[in-house]
Design a protein around this ligand. Structure first.
Ligand SMILES: [Zn+2]
Length: 128
């Protein structure tokens, strides 16, 4: 039991570290995005070269796509973190079984076990 608690503590710490790293990455990406937007705004005001403008728009869209992914990941981490605070980290939301250590190692923000995740993905794909 003591060993189990210790392992859980390690996992929660890993979750926290991964979440902190993601939060830093997200903050940096947002700062870069803002800087680039300001710079891009200046450039297009000075020179109305359509190729540059098109490139700028494409780059901007890429950055937004990256930010979307980071924000979604952050939400997953926040959910996992709430569970850690409630003492239910590593417990599957759907079936209440423990999520395997290997899965948590690979994906600390997981809130579903592999079979439940697979079932949800199948349901989601089926609904489309
Ligand atoms: Zn499950």
């Amino acid at each position: 039991m003591a060993r189990e608690l210790e392992q859980r503590g390690d996992r929660v710490q890993r979750l926290q570290e991964a979440r902190d790293a993601l939060a830093t990455l997200l903050a940096n990406s947002i700062a870069t995005d803002l800087r680039e937007r300001e710079r891009g705004g200046d450039a297009s005001a000075d020179d109305d070269d359509f190729v540059d403008l098109a490139q700028e728009v494409a780059i901007q869209e890429d950055r937004e796509a990256v930010l979307d992914v980071l924000r979604r990941d952050m939400r997953a981490f926040d959910q996992a973190w709430q569970k850690a605070e409630a003492g239910t980290y590593g417990v599957c939301e759907d079936c209440g079984e423990g999520i395997s250590a290997e899965r948590l190692e690979f994906m600390p923000e997981a809130t579903l076990c592999v079979p439940c995740q697979a079932r949800r993905e199948r349901a989601w794909l089926g609904a489309r």
